[in-house]
Write a protein that binds this ligand. Structure first.
Ligand code: SF4
Length: 457
């Protein structure tokens, strides 16, 4: 079972699968070399990016992420401006410090190869690292897969059962929403309480609560940065950041969102602020991915500003409920746009936020499950066609729509009694099958959809 702290990870934008994941894969290769006692012998490296990682890797900063990981840097602690400096130093010197310790020659342009015509068998987001000694002999080679949301598996884990991410031994085990509801009913607990007791099997309660507060703190920080940073986003599209201007406009009308009638404008703003921060390579929290990182913070802010009695416990319950739902998608389908399209990213975020909002608005477990189901049902089939291979168009606005749909889904579910025709498990299965059937050109390759119908400047 997945812990909330595996699902909500602090990392660098613009993509959890194409930036954070490859950075972690490169770091894992460094650790692998050390474990094999080969690190000191490395004279040269080459890195190959396959499938979607190659096709949209340049716009998603995959090559930069690989350089940072090989240098021993971690996505959760690296400051974005330090990342820029580290990349510039490697490019200028044509060397890198492997694991931060061993200097080797490395020409990023020649030594990282984009092989978009080749896909490795387990997942389209494959990377291979080859290490050579001074005689040019291959001394180590390893394949990793970045399977979405910053999760990485190596070639052995992929061969066994990569979907089995056992990270906590839960008090209330569940593998699908039917079991989750049954566990909660049997114990007389809410979904958030089930998740909290499961987390507490792994670490002290105070640590769990502090960790949830920390996640919310990072989400707020990314939003606040996005609200204030003016200018253009990186890349060829010349997309201007809209959040600071929109923020100014809304504050002129009413400085306190709580007093504002324009609630949907504020929700749009909060979601877009996070995703503009993500698109600029800033620090965000995967929820469940970087590309979909704006949906949950925007809906939590909606709860905090517009729901009477909202408090810190409510935010924690929101995150726990969302994590329980997100874990079902990760386990039984996919949260990778390269595997199932954007329904697996913004669609899943919408479903998580819908269920979580229903929870903090006082919904029963059945209504929560209903809200999460509605949140996905109307995102089924949503493709991933990022223009220019950047996580900007349609991604930034799409988060605003994901947040708005989540609020609608929660409200709709709360008007009912929790009984409904399609279960969350059925919609998760449908999403996965739809993703499997979707043409590759609509799965984070920038070979279809908007990506081929918009002329880049
Ligand atoms: S379209 Fe959706 S899945 Fe694709 S990069 Fe953008 S946010 Fe991610």
């Amino acid at each position: 079972m997945l812990s909330s702290f595996d699902l909500f990870k602090v990392g660098l934008g613009p993509s959890s699968s194409h930036t954070t994941g490859p950075m972690k894969a490169a770091l894992r290769f460094v650790h692998y070399l050390a474990a094999q006692m080969q690190a000191q012998k490395v004279h040269k490296l080459d890195v190959r990016l396959y499938g979607s990682l190659a096709l949209t890797g340049a716009g998603h900063h995959t090559d930069r992420a690989v350089l940072l990981g090989l240098s021993g840097l971690r996505p959760e602690t690296l400051i974005p401006s330090d990342a820029d400096a580290a990349i510039a130093a490697i490019q200028k010197s044509q060397t890198l410090m492997l694991g931060g310790k061993i200097k080797i020659d490395f020409d990023p342009k020649a030594d990282i190869r984009f092989e978009g015509q080749t896909s490795l068998p387990f997942h389209t987001n494959g990377l291979r690292f080859n290490a050579f000694n001074g005689d040019g002999d291959l001394i180590a080679s390893r394949i990793y897969y970045s399977v979405g949301g910053g999760f990485v598996v190596d070639e052995d884990e992929a061969g066994r059962n990569a979907r089995d991410d056992v990270t906590i031994t839960p008090k209330h085990p569940f593998t699908n929403s039917e079991e989750l509801l049954a566990q909660a009913d049997e114990a007389g607990l809410s979904i958030a309480q089930v998740m909290l007791e499961n987390e507490c099997a792994h670490r002290p309660r105070a640590e769990v609560l502090a960790g949830l507060d920390d996640i919310w703190g990072h989400m707020q920080a990314s939003m606040n940065h996005g609200l204030r940073r003016e200018g253009m986003l990186p890349g060829t599209l010349k997309v201007r950041r809209r959040a600071p201007g929109l923020y100014l406009k809304l504050r002129v009308n009413n400085p306190d969102p709580k007093q504002s009638c324009e609630r949907s404008d504020w929700v749009n703003l909060w979601a877009m602020a996070v995703n503009e921060e993500n698109a600029s390579g800033g620090r965000v929290v995967t929820a469940p991915t970087n590309g979909a990182a704006g949906v949950l913070p925007a809906v939590i802010n909606y709860y905090q500003h517009f729901v009477p009695g909202a408090d810190g416990d409510g935010v924690r319950n929101f995150l726990l409920t969302a994590a329980a739902i997100g874990g079902l998608y990760k386990r039984n389908a996919s949260i990778s746009g390269a595997e199932v399209g954007c329904q697996g990213e913004v669609g899943v975020a919408c479903s998580m936020a819908a269920g979580a909002l229903a929870a903090v608005l006082g919904g029963t477990n059945a209504q929560i499950e209903n809200a999460a189901e509605i949140g996905m049902e109307h995102n089924l089939g949503m493709t991933c066609d990022p223009v220019g291979g950047l996580v900007q168009i349609p991604c930034i606005e799409r988060n605003a729509f994901g947040a708005a749909m989540a609020i609608q889904a929660a409200r709709l579910a709360l008007l009912g009694d929790g009984k409904h025709a399609i279960s969350l498990d059925e919609v998760i299965k449908t999403m996965f099958e739809t993703g499997r059937d979707m043409s590759t050109k609509y799965k984070e390759t920038s070979q279809g959809g908007l990506a081929v119908n918009i002329v880049e400047c």
